[in-house]
Design a binder for this molecule. Structure first.
Ligand SMILES: *[C@@H]1O[C@H](CO)[C@@H](O)[C@H](O)[C@H]1NC(C)=O
Ligand SMILES: *[C@@H]1O[C@H](CO)[C@@H](O)[C@H](O)[C@H]1NC(C)=O
Ligand SMILES: *[C@@H]1O[C@H](CO)[C@@H](O)[C@H](O)[C@H]1NC(C)=O
Ligand SMILES: *[C@@H]1O[C@H](CO)[C@@H](O)[C@H](O)[C@H]1NC(C)=O
Length: 766
């Protein structure tokens, strides 16, 4: 909260400079070239000979916001006018969160000395980290000339830093207080202003310009004006509401003043708003084009990584975090190891804090890595609850991130077990953009709960950005600078090395390690991006998960239906939804055959039943069956009813969601109402029940799903339809026979000669 107070009082003061430049390797803009450009006359027809132009800015570091600033100039072919002052040198302007910035004035004075007498040169000064250009030189100069001023300074609604000057401010049209982050003037006049008085590096620059402006004689002599109506400059702090996305997609508009500002300044706490506008302008995203808008910035090739060139791919470290009980853990681990990336450049770490998952995780890692001779990952390490359970999340995430440096990694991926990836190119797809921090959009299916926030409240928690719904609903597809990311966070190695990122934050509690991370990134000028051009996966719901059973995921169809389908519905099921009745295989007349459940389902349900205490099948197989309402079973089998293991409701949902749509295709004109009283797993065993005598089923139609393999797990057996004189035997796992129950398809279970046969039978619409 302290942070907030400081920023609010900041008002216009740019707060955009870091005290010490950390990166000394980056080239600064070539000043001599820029000078050459300036003194050459332009052959732009709309401009006269006199319109030489220079843009000065002060920046101590070539960071993400600075690159955004330069890009905005490049869009309008104005990069050539830019002169950057103070790059990669020590900041001498004091603490910008309080007062200071006289250093900026002095740097500018020094840089302007060579031009000071040029009456025909127009000079602009802007901050850089929180500024973007929205228009080109011609428009800026034209607007400037129309004001009649020789020196124009931006305006804002807050007075800063000397409140006692309130009464001296002249009344003007629009906003009346001065903000020294943006200025433009004829060079000789600008020079006069810079020499209004002497200023120490640590004095306040805004106060310096304010004094010059409030000096009526000086103001009039030099034709100094404030841009109260946002003719050229708009400061967002305290003036976000006046700004609109504008006339169509094309320009930001100040609707209160009916102007279209050309330079936008996200001063003070309005930075996040500027980040949002910066996604669209200049030439970033056009929401009016196509069904999903057009991401213009996405088409820019410069600075992207060529991920097709395997040899030049960076070393990556992916770290998996299991912090809470997690459904579909196998799938999570499987999909991580399925990512398309050269294994010799790929390190993996796993931090599991959940005791109930410890053995399972070890088994999965043994399967994927230890016992897998093909696996050539650069390194793999698991940290189990004995190492992790008592540690703070902030520490664990911090340690994991800094492991990147230990393995010399070019990219780091933090992945929480709440994510489900459905694509194998996630690593490369994210590396491609070459952003400091990036994630792909992951959302709970059918919900607006996602892994990014477009905006945050003053204390760093979720706040809805104006375009949040368009993004989360994937109605706008592009590359988005956002205020918060979590669950899958990719970070460029050099950004970790810079020391600007951290999960630690003293005001957030440990569960908000991610809130702390984003806070630190925002504070240190590291942009976080979310890309949603391609759907890479989604988020699970974790809140309803218990671990009392062997295969708890079987019970997740209500909570995580998308994952249930991915794991337990046969991969070919969807194809059959488009088939006509005649296209369905019919091994016997009116016995339809289709893939319903996955091999994983078959294995899980058998294993679930066989690993229950005692022999859950043993009590069945008699005519007297206490599990039935009447207590009597005509044609008894050795079986387990889904009601016995509390899976009946879940199974009814399978019938409604997956069986009913197939039924409507094959038994046309009949509509299954989703009822079934008896759904059960039958076990034929060489030393137990080996067959079932001829019978009709107590159903309108029956589904009979193979759970294991004829010819391998058992010999002979099969379903024999007596009137049709037709035997069906080799049904693949998960494939299902669907046939009329009580009328036409008198049938029997043929005797097995060896092994164990499991089938899942459901009497539908009894
Ligand atoms: C990726 O970005 C970094 C930092 O801006 C830059 O140094 C590097 O050259 C970029 N990589 C490519 C391939 O352009
Ligand atoms: C990389 O491969 C993809 C798909 O094959 C292709 O669309 C893309 O243009 C390639 N990129 C480069 C830089 O060659
Ligand atoms: C993940 O599971 C699929 C389906 O069972 C399998 O084909 C694939 O080989 C597995 N991936 C890994 C890396 O084991
Ligand atoms: C939790 O599970 C129960 C029973 O399976 C279900 O009725 C309920 O809707 C689930 N809650 C959530 C939030 O999914």
């Amino acid at each position: 909260m302290l942070f907030l107070v400081v920023l609010l009082s900041l008002a216009c003061t740019s707060h955009s400079l870091i005290e010490v430049a950390k990166n000394t390797e980056l080239d600064s803009i070539d000043v001599t070239e820029a000078e050459a450009d300036v003194t050459e006359s332009e052959d732009d027809v709309t401009l006269s000979q006199e319109d030489n132009f220079v843009i000065f800015t002060v920046a101590s570091e070539d960071n993400d916001p600075f690159q955004r600033y330069v890009r905005s100039l490049r869009v309008f072919d104005m990069e050539k006018y830019l002169q950057v002052l103070g790059m990669n040198s020590k900041w001498l302007g004091g603490n910008m969160e309080k007062v200071g910035g006289g250093y900026k004035v002095n740097l500018l004075r020094e840089a302007m000395e060579p031009y000071k007498d040029e009456k025909n040169t127009i000079t602009m000064f802007t901050d850089s980290y929180d500024v973007i250009f929205l228009a080109d030189k011609a428009e800026i100069l034209e607007k400037f000339k129309k004001t009649g001023a020789r020196f124009l300074i931006s305006a804002e609604p807050y007075l800063w830093p000397d409140m006692s000057l309130e009464s001296q401010y002249p009344e003007i049209k629009g906003t009346k207080y001065l903000c020294s982050g943006l200025m433009i003037g004829y060079t000789d006049t600008f020079w006069n202003v810079l020499n209004y008085k002497k200023i120490a590096n640590t004095d306040d620059d805004q106060l310096f310009y304010t004094n010059a402006y409030l000096d009526a004689k000086f103001r009039e002599a030099n034709k100094i004006q404030l841009d109260g109506t946002s003719t050229i400059f708009h400061n967002l702090h305290g003036a976000v509401r006046e700004i609109d996305f504008g006339f169509g997609a094309h320009r930001i508009t100040n609707w209160e003043q009916a102007t279209m500002p050309q330079v936008l300044h996200g001063n003070g706490p309005s930075k996040i708003t500027l980040n949002m506008f910066g996604n669209y302008y200049p030439r970033g995203f056009d929401p009016t084009e196509g069904d999903y808008g057009k991401c213009l910035a996405c088409d820019e090739q410069e600075g992207r990584v060529n991920v097709n060139d395997t040899d030049s791919l960076p070393v990556v470290l992916t770290t998996l975090f299991i912090n809470e009980r997690t459904p579909f853990l196998d799938y999570f681990i499987n999909k991580t190891f399925s990512q398309d990336y050269p294994p010799e450049k790929w390190h993996v770490r796993i931090y599991n804090r959940v005791w109930e998952h410890a053995d399972h995780i070890q088994e999965l890692i043994n399967y994927h890595v230890v016992n897998n001779p093909d696996n050539k990952l650069a390194s793999v390490k698991i940290f189990q609850p004995k190492d992790t359970a008592k540690r703070k999340l902030m520490e664990i995430y911090e340690e994991a991130m800094y492991t990147c440096a230990e393995v010399d990694c070019g990219w780091y991926f933090a992945m929480d077990s709440v994510i489900t990836l459905t694509d194998n190119n996630v690593l490369k797809d994210l590396i491609y953009w070459n952003k400091s921090v990036i994630t792909t959009q992951l959302t709970q299916p059918g919900q607006y709960w996602s892994n990014f926030w477009g905006d945050v409240t003053n204390d760093g928690f979720y706040k809805r950005a104006p375009d949040y719904f368009e993004l989360v609903k994937r109605e706008r597809l592009g590359l988005w600078n956002v205020a918060f990311v979590n669950h899958l966070v990719a970070i460029r190695g050099d950004v970790i090395d810079s020391g600007k990122l951290s999960y630690r934050h003293k005001t957030y509690d440990d569960n908000n390690y991610d809130v702390g991370f984003s806070y630190n990134a925002r504070k240190n000028n590291v942009f976080m991006f979310m890309v949603n051009l391609k759907k890479h996966g989604h988020l699970k719901k974790m809140n309803n998960y218990t671990t009392e059973r062997e295969h708890n995921d079987l019970w997740q169809i209500f909570t995580n239906p998308t994952d249930w389908k991915l794991n337990y519905i046969h991969p070919s099921y969807d194809i059959f939804l488009t088939k006509q009745m005649v296209e369905f295989p019919q091994p016997c007349p009116d016995v339809f055959h289709f893939p319903l459940l996955s091999k994983r389902f078959a294995w899980h349900i058998i294993h679930e039943l066989e690993s229950m205490p005692g022999d859950v099948f043993a009590e069945s197989g008699n005519n007297n069956d206490q599990r039935l309402a009447g207590g009597y079973e005509n044609v008894p089998t050795v079986d387990v009813h889904f009601t016995q293991i509390n899976l009946q409701q879940e199974w009814l949902k399978v019938l409604r969601d997956y069986v009913a749509p197939i039924q409507r295709r094959v038994f046309e004109g009949y509509s299954f109402n989703g009822k079934a009283l008896l759904s059960f797993v039958v076990k034929y065993h060489e030393n137990g029940q080996r067959k079932l005598v001829p019978h009709h089923d107590h159903s309108t139609f029956t589904t009979n799903t193979a759970l294991n393999r004829q010819g391998i797990d058992y010999e002979d057996g099969g379903s024999y339809f007596i009137r049709q004189n037709c035997l069906v035997r080799d049904v693949d796992i998960g494939w299902t026979l669907m046939h009329p129950g009580r009328l036409t398809h008198y049938h029997e279970g043929k005797e097995i000669s060896r092994g164990t046969r499991y089938i899942l039978v459901s009497f539908n619409d009894p």
